[in-house]
Design a binder for this molecule. Structure first.
Ligand SMILES: Nc1ncnc2c1ncn2[C@@H]1O[C@H](COP(=O)(O)OP(=O)(O)OP(=O)(O)O)[C@@H](O)[C@H]1O
Length: 362
């Protein structure tokens, strides 16, 4: 029997968890607003901008009653909270390795690292202090409904301080001026840090990038070093983040570089529609986290310029969009037919703004 699309990414783990989740496992706080209809798509390059028209005004009517409305903040489907309390499905099992004890296993890189926060001439602190986060009022989102399902789901956290992400990452969170985790981060980060597979549904702009980047960066820092690439033209990333478009990949790369700043974790991006050579050169300089669009990655895999055999973390952002855009064959190829470690050997995180049947039913 042909396996479902999401089986390709989570290798039947999701299926098992979804069907074994008894009602008592479901911590249902409120209805999932994204389930019924598909929210309007917001082009990635517009996502972190202030909305410029009424049509793009945020709709947080489903937010906490009496809560302050957030400052303008991107688009949301009518009647649905941008913070989309969609289900977060903890679908996994612990994976081997990836212990969370200190950073001793991680080698520091000597390459000079550009300050991803901005002006290189400013001191780091000055550059950071001129950074603005998205201006989101997180107090308004305290009670955003979130559902979880799965067995022994790790409890959510209320603050970043409750999570052991390591000093360097904590420092970058401070530099990003993230005061507290968004709802999807509160639930998803502890689940991923526990080594569990995860399927999460949350609206665009809800902070999903950090929700998958923090556990990945933290896990890479606390895990054993990756293989040395010296002399080889093949790159061996430890984490792969797949996203549907060039714009979203660039956006994830920019965010991930901030989160990984001065951690020694190197993030590289590869996308189609641009010359491949520059991207290959970046890969040759070393890569821990590869952010890629599916088509360009397949190209690189076929040229043997990237190997997935050391992948420990696989994250799929906007899984529903990738499905819509017809990337299923490429994703199947990447996950099933190349040298990607099988389930149990890697951790899978699937993020989606909507929860289409193809993904739910898997
Ligand atoms: N905990 C937080 N505190 C403050 N700002 C945050 C926090 N988490 C994320 N942000 C900011 O919120 C904005 C939206 O986050 P992000 O782009 O990660 O959303 P997303 O859900 O990943 O969207 P997409 O669907 O594009 O992947 C970004 O500007 C990000 O820096």
């Amino acid at each position: 029997m042909r396996s479902s699309w999401a089986d390709a990414v989570a290798n039947a783990e999701i299926s098992a968890a979804a069907t074994s989740a008894s009602p008592s496992n479901v911590a249902s706080v409120a209805a999932a607003p994204t389930r019924g209809g598909r929210p309007a798509y917001v082009p990635p390059h517009l996502r972190s901008r202030q909305p410029s028209s009424e049509a793009l005004a945020p709709t947080v009517a489903d937010g906490p009653s009496g809560a302050r409305q957030p400052p303008s903040y991107g688009a949301a489907p009518a009647g649905a909270s941008r913070w989309g309390g969609g289900p977060i499905r903890d679908v996994g099992r612990p994976i081997s390795g990836g212990g969370r004890g200190g950073l001793s296993g991680w080698h520091s890189r000597r390459d000079r690292e550009l300050n991803p926060f901005g002006n290189e001439d400013e001191t780091t602190e000055a550059a950071f202090s001129s950074q603005e986060n998205s201006g989101i009022n997180f107090d308004a989102y305290e009670d955003i409904p979130v559902e979880t399902s799965g067995e022994n789901v790790p409890p959510p956290v209320n603050t970043f301080a409750e999570i052991d992400l390591g000093n360097a990452l904590n420092e970058n969170i401070r530099r990003c001026k993230y005061v507290k985790p968004t709802p999807v981060q509160r639930y998803a980060i502890p689940i991923s840090l526990a080594g569990r597979d995860l399927m999460a549904c949350a609206q665009t702009g809800s902070g999903k990038t950090a929700a998958f980047c923090f556990p990945i960066i933290s896990g890479i820092m606390s895990g054993p070093p990756g293989p040395r690439q010296r002399g080889s033209r093949t790159s061996y990333p430890l984490a792969l983040i797949l996203s549907p478009t060039r714009e979203l990949s660039v956006q994830i790369h920019e965010e991930a570089r901030k989160f990984a700043y001065q951690t020694g974790v190197r993030v590289v991006v590869a996308y189609g529609g641009a010359p491949i050579n520059q991207q290959l050169r970046e890969l040759e300089r070393g890569v821990d986290i590869l952010v890629a669009t599916p088509g360009r990655l397949v190209d690189m895999l076929e040229r043997a310029r990237v190997s997935l055999q050391h992948i420990r973390y696989l994250a799929l952002d906007e899984a529903d969009r990738m499905l819509d855009m017809g990337f299923e064959p490429q994703i199947r190829r990447i996950v099933e037919q190349m040298d990607m470690p099988s389930r149990g050997q890697r951790q899978t995180m699937l993020f989606s703004a909507t929860f289409p049947k193809e993904i739910q039913a898997s």
